[in-house]
Design a protein around this ligand. Structure first.
Ligand code: PRT
Ligand code: ZN
Length: 296
């Protein structure tokens, strides 16, 4: 807890997670203004300050209690935990469905390496020595780790390593560097984590409130509210066509005994094909609406 009693949440200042982290916090109802120095944002309607830092610093800021909570990649949280086995002083509470990537082993395209075991005795360049070591140890493969803070993809070409273990999302960067992906070492995405240091009751409650709101935001990601009219006789086939809808609401239509209105929350994407199929099954007056928030 900070001396001011305000909650401090660490988020990436700029980079892949920065905008999406702020957008999520905004959708949780926090209004904030950037401070003059652009190093923090002050919450205007809740006692929360957002501290804008490099993502690599976030696990340590939570571990030592400088910040109370934060958003960073699971790759960084787990790497920090492995590097500090006695100091697991934060809890990863929620994966957040963005910043999805994988830490993967890759080798030069023309290398005669068809399985991981062929890397026995080889050098592997990475920025994630802890995760990489754990993976190879679990597979009983001995490697020498070459730790690099960036430009890992260049290591084989520079003669520094035989393979790399680096973050991948589309795989385009690996290809551009003449590398072939072999295996996933760790599946990652952005996550919300909270310090294990002592917090005042009000602070803990505020974190829990924000975490519940994050759940509400995540639940509606990609969900849609569908409204349509249909003949009562077509209800069964229409229900089957509604993507990921649990129990639709069926309402009578005034003066039309054979027809009903159907309202449903669909947890999967609603494509044009879905709507066309619904129409084919007898539905009319179809409306698809975005859902902003949802509490169970
Ligand atoms: O300045 P700061 O230290 O805050 O940022 P950074 O440059 O260290 O990190 P940044 O913004 O690149 O990534 C932040 C987090 O985003 C990472 O810790 C991951 O959790 C997540 N993430 C998701 C990724 C990627 N996707 C990703 N593709 N992080 C990095 N990459 C890099 C990867 O290292 C490689 O260079 O993108 C390249 C590969 O991308 P593809 O699409 O070509 O496969
Ligand atoms: Zn970083």
């Amino acid at each position: 807890m900070t001396s001011t009693g305000r909650l401090r949440i660490a988020v990436q200042k700029s980079g892949r997670l920065a905008e999406l982290s702020l957008a999520l916090i905004r959708r949780c109802g926090l209004r904030f203004a950037r401070d003059q120095d652009h190093l923090a944002c002050s919450g205007e309607n809740l006692p929360v300050d957002l501290i804008l830092v490099r993502d690599d610093d976030i696990p340590a800021l939570l571990a030592d209690g400088t910040c109370d909570a934060g958003i960073a990649g699971l790759n960084l949280f787990e790497e920090h935990r492995l590097a500090n086995p006695d100091g697991a002083t934060f809890d990863v509470c929620r994966p957040l469905d963005f910043g999805v990537c994988r830490l993967a082993v890759a080798v030069p395209e023309d290398a005669a390496v068809e399985s991981l075991h062929r890397l026995n005795g080889c050098r592997v360049a990475t920025s994630y020595p802890g995760l990489t070591r754990r993976y190879f140890e679990r597979h009983g493969i001995e490697i020498a780790i070459v730790t690099m803070s960036g430009a890992v993809e260049l290591a084989p070409r520079l003669g520094k390593a035989d393979a790399v273990c680096d973050l991948v999302s589309t795989g385009v960067t690996l290809k551009a560097h003449g590398l072939r992906e072999l295996e996933t070492v760790f599946a990652s995405q952005a996550a919300f984590a909270v310090t294990r240091r002592e917090l005042a009751t009000g602070q803990r409650e505020l974190i829990e409130k924000l975490a519940r709101r994050m759940d509400g935001v995540l639940r509606v990601n990609g969900s849609k509210y569908i409204m349509l009219h249909a003949p009562r006789s077509a209800l069964a086939s229409i229900r089957r066509l509604l993507p990921g809808a649990e129990s639709p609401t069926v309402l009578p239509l005034d003066g039309e005994s054979g027809r009903v209105a159907v309202h449903a929350v669909c947890s999967e994407s609603v494509f044009w094909e879905t709507l066309e199929n619904l129409k084919g099954a007898g539905a009319s007056a179809l409306l698809v609406l975005p859902i902003e928030k949802m509490l169970p």
